[in-house]
Design a protein around this ligand. Structure first.
Ligand code: NDP
Length: 294
C-alpha cells in the first residue's frame, strides 16, 4: 500500500482562506482583529518564525502588532508589556515567542497573558478548559494535528488513537482533543514498555517525540492514519546545513499507512494557520460574537 500524503500546506492555505473570509466579514462591521507578537532577543530561528507569523497575519487581513525587544530586556519589563497588551482593546491575541532568554521565567510570562487573548493556548486556564470540555483557545500544533487527521477520517469516534509524547505543548493537548473526538486514547512516552506494540494498536498515530525517524514501518497498523509532528534536522550526506526529517521513517511508514503527513509540509504549515484561526476566535469571543465555524 502507498499511503495518501496529507498535504498540510494545502490544508493550511484552505484554513487561511476561510479565516480571511471571516475577517473580511468582520471588516464590514468595522472590526479588524489584531495579533500582538512579542520577540525577545535575536534567536535566528525565532526571528524567521515570527516573520512568517507577521506576514500571514497581514495576508488574512488582520493587524499585526510587533514588539521586538533586546535580549537584555528584564522579566519585569516584559511582564509590564504583557499587561499593557492585555488591556489594549486593539489587541485580540498575544503571542510571546519562545524560547525566552534564560534570565526570564517563561512560565511567569505565559501565565501573565489574559487567557482570552492566549492564542497559543498554553495558559493553564486554557489547558483546564480543554481538559474539562469548555470553550477555550486550543494550542495550535495539536489543533493542526487533529484537523489533518479529520481530513483523512472525518469521524474519529471509537477509533484507537496513540499519542507518542506527553509534552504540555503537543502530546497532552493532542490527547485531550482526540478524547473530545471520542477516540480511545493511549499516551505513550519514554517509560512506555514495548512502544512498537503500543503503536501497532493505533488507527491514528500521532508522533511527537523529537527523535528522528524513530517510528518504523512495522510499528504501524496497516491502514492507519499517521500524523508526524517531529521536526528534526539531521546531517545530509550531500553536505550543507542538513535536512529535516520527522519522528516517523516516512519511506517505510508510507508503505503501510493509509494516510501520512510528510515532514516538511505536514503539521508545520498548520501551526500558523491555527494561530490565525485562534486570533479570529478570540476577536469574536471578546466582542460577544458567535464563534466562527472554521
Ligand atoms: P518534548 O521534548 O517536550 O517532548 C517529547 C516527548 O517525547 C516526551 O513526552 C518524551 O517522554 C517523549 N519521548 C522522547 N524520547 C522518547 C522515546 N525514545 N520513546 C518514547 N517517548 C519518547 O517535545 P515537544 O512535544 O515539544 O516536540 C516533539 C517534536 O515535535 C519535536 O520534534 C518538535 O520539534 C516538534 N514540534 C513541531 C511543531 C510543529 O509546528 N510542527 C511544534 C512543536 C513541536 P518523557 O515525557 O517520558 O520524557
Amino acid at each position: 500500500m502507498t499511503a495518501h500524503r496529507l498535504d498540510g500546506a494545502a490544508l493550511a492555505a484552505d484554513l487561511r482562506g476561510r479565516v480571511a473570509a471571516e475577517v473580511a466579514r468582520l471588516g464590514t462591521a468595522g472590526i479588524r482583529p489584531g495579533l500582538a507578537v512579542v520577540l525577545v532577543g535575536d534567536d535566528p530561528a525565532s526571528a524567521v518564525y515570527v516573520g512568517s507569523k507577521k506576514r500571514q497575519t497581514v495576508e488574512v487581513g488582520m493587524r499585526s502588532i510587533d514588539h521586538v525587544l533586546p535580549a537584555s530586556t528584564s522579566e519585569d519589563d516584559l511582564l509590564d508589556l504583557v499587561r499593557t497588551l492585555n488591556g489594549d482593546p486593539e489587541v485580540d491575541g498575544i503571542l510571546v515567542q519562545l524560547p525566552l532568554p534564560p534570565h526570564i521565567d517563561s512560565a511567569r510570562v505565559l501565565v501573565a497573558i489574559d487567557p482570552d487573548k492566549d492564542v497559543d493556548g498554553f495558559h493553564p486556564v486554557n489547558a483546564g478548559r480543554l481538559a474539562t470540555g469548555m470553550a477555550g483557545l486550543v494550542p495550535c500544533t495539536p489543533q493542526g494535528c487533529v484537523r489533518l487527521a479529520k481530513a483523512a477520517l472525518p469521524d474519529l469516534a471509537g477509533l484507537e488513537a496513540v499519542v507518542l509524547g506527553r509534552s504540555n505543548i503537543v502530546g497532552k493537548p493532542v490527547a485531550q482533543l482526540l478524547l473530545a473526538e471520542s477516540c480511545t486514547v493511549t499516551v505513550a512516552h519514554s517509560r512506555t514498555r514495548d512502544l512498537p506494540a503500543v503503536c501497532r494498536r493505533a488507527d491514528i498515530l500521532i508522533a511527537a517525540v523529537g527523535r528522528p525517524e524513530m517510528v518504523r514501518g512495522d510499528w504501524i497498523k496497516p491502514g492507519a492514519v499517521v500524523i508526524d509532528v517531529g521536526i528534526n534536522r539531521v546531517p545530509d550526506p550531500a553536505g550543507g546545513k542538513g535536512r529535516l526529517v520527522g519522528d516517523v521513517l516516512f519511506a517505510e511508514a508510507s508503505q503501510v499507512a493509509a494516510a501520512i503527513t510528510p515532514v516538511p509540509g505536514g503539521v508545520g504549515p498548520m501551526t500558523i494557520a491555527c494561530l490565525l484561526a485562534n486570533t479570529l476566535q478570540a476577536a469574536c469571543a471578546r466582542r460577544g460574537l458567535p464563534a466562527p465555524g472554521i
